[in-house]
Design a protein around this ligand. Structure first.
Ligand code: PRP
Length: 212
């Protein structure tokens, strides 16, 4: 039976495929995927492509053994599986951002828009502030510009989206990077195979010059 990996499609997929290939995993199917979702070219590892938040759903159910997903999603979903290796790619950071006239000391209870309500709640709890949180699915940067919220909590990688929408960073929250996560039961069942994969990925990171 192959070892099954749920890989986050999109940006994570693009950055992780070179690492998987350098670890000796055949990713030719993923590179020419069309609309396929399951990739069984490699004799040992079968990869499925899913949206980030669904990685943990598959992993928790035991229908896949390994997941590759950003630490933003692990933190938001209160992950209980085992984050085994920081793959060092997909690096970005959580920030509190808003327009130039935002006053972080404003007396009125703040309204914060975000795709990450749990992370936002924890951050404001940690600084002892009570805020109203509005969950947004995407293009969160719009919220303070259109008057839906006072500020946003979101991830930023290059800073381009913030810059091009005239938004400023008011606080740095936590860093984000892509993680290899293992289902706890699978770790017992496939201990040696998973250890080998982790070693190969560590070597691949070194070979490709991925920084810690
Ligand atoms: C993410 C994030 C920012 C953007 C930041 O959105 O929510 O909008 O990337 O990247 P940058 O700092 O390099 O500009 P994503 O592209 O995932 O799309 P979304 O807004 O639809 O969620």
């Amino acid at each position: 039976m192959p070892i099954k990996i749920a890989l986050t499609k999109g940006r994570v997929e693009q950055q992780v495929v070179p690492l998987l290939e350098a670890s000796g995993i055949d990713c030719s199917g993923i590179r020419n995927k069309g609309r396929r979702l399951i990739f069984d070219e490699d004799p040992v590892y079968e990869t499925i492509l899913v949206k980030g938040p669904d990685v943990l759903t598959y992993l928790n159910s035991g229908s896949v053994h390994l997941g590759i997903v950003g630490s933003d999603i692990l933190a938001e979903q209160n992950n209980t599986q085992y984050a085994m290796l920081d793959l060092g790619v997909g690096r970005c950071r959580f920030v509190l951002a808003s327009t130039g006239d935002f006053d972080p000391q404003q007396v009125r209870r703040k309204i914060i828009a975000t795709k990450y309500p749990n992370i936002t709640k924890r951050y404001f709890q940690s600084i002892g502030e009570d805020v109203e949180i509005i969950r947004i699915e995407g293009s969160v940067e719009l919220a303070p510009l259109i008057g839906l919220a006072d500020a946003i909590v979101d991830i930023t990688e290059t800073g381009t989206t913030l810059r091009e929408n005239n938004l400023h960073v008011y606080a740095e929250l936590q860093p984000v990077s892509t993680q290899l996560v293992v289902n706890r039961l699978a770790l017992k069942q496939y201990q040696s195979e998973i250890r080998t994969l982790v070693e190969n990925l560590q070597k691949a990171k070194l070979n490709l010059g991925v920084n810690e």
